[in-house]
Design a protein around this ligand. Sequence first.
Ligand SMILES: NC(=O)c1ccc[n+]([C@@H]2O[C@H](COP(=O)([O-])OP(=O)(O)OC[C@H]3O[C@@H](n4cnc5c(N)ncnc54)[C@H](OP(=O)(O)O)[C@@H]3O)[C@@H](O)[C@H]2O)c1
Length: 161
Amino acid sequence: MVIGGTGMLAGACQELAGRGSRLSVLARRPADLGPGVTCYPCDYTEPDSFELAASSAIRQSGKPSLLITWIHATAPNGADQIHSWTDPTRHIRVLGSASANKAAPGRSEAGVEHVVLGFVVGPAGSRWLTNEEICEGVLHAVDHPQPRTVVGVLEPWEKRP
Ligand SMILES: NC(=O)c1ccc[n+]([C@@H]2O[C@H](COP(=O)([O-])OP(=O)(O)OC[C@H]3O[C@@H](n4cnc5c(N)ncnc54)[C@H](OP(=O)(O)O)[C@@H]3O)[C@@H](O)[C@H]2O)c1
């Protein structure tokens, strides 16, 4: 199950579906991500809408073996909510660069694997990650379970774009 999988993570969803996984993707607008992917429209800032979509996906496909969450700060409890509703075997939470400067996650994050999105520094300056780089990093985390995966770099922080 991928929350927020129709934007920058669409390529990762397609890759996972191509490997034979049955994928449920939750986002506001449905998108055609190809065979094996079912979209469940919802607004994750509205718990009723979010929970209804999650329960529909579970009814259709069962409890997820893998939950990937990409949830904006507009839903600060969204990752915890979907985790408790779905009780996934694994949970990979994708975090924006700003989270790298925040305190370590609380107890509710125990066991959740984090993918922190950084930036790229080159001779001509720095830039944010492309969708392809983000998908590659998330797929690397899927294939190599570890508590924290950084895509790109987070230091020196003052060199961020
Ligand atoms: N460090 C970095 O380099 C870095 C970090 C973050 C982002 N970015 C870049 O910034 C671009 C834009 O980022 P983005 O955050 O807009 O990501 P995005 O992945 O392109 O879009 C957000 C995803 O979350 C869904 N979503 C958003 N609000 C929702 C809500 N209230 N309820 C349910 N689903 C919701 C969207 O579905 P709907 O479209 O249907 O709402 C979509 O699937 C990305 O393409 C990426 O390349 C770079």
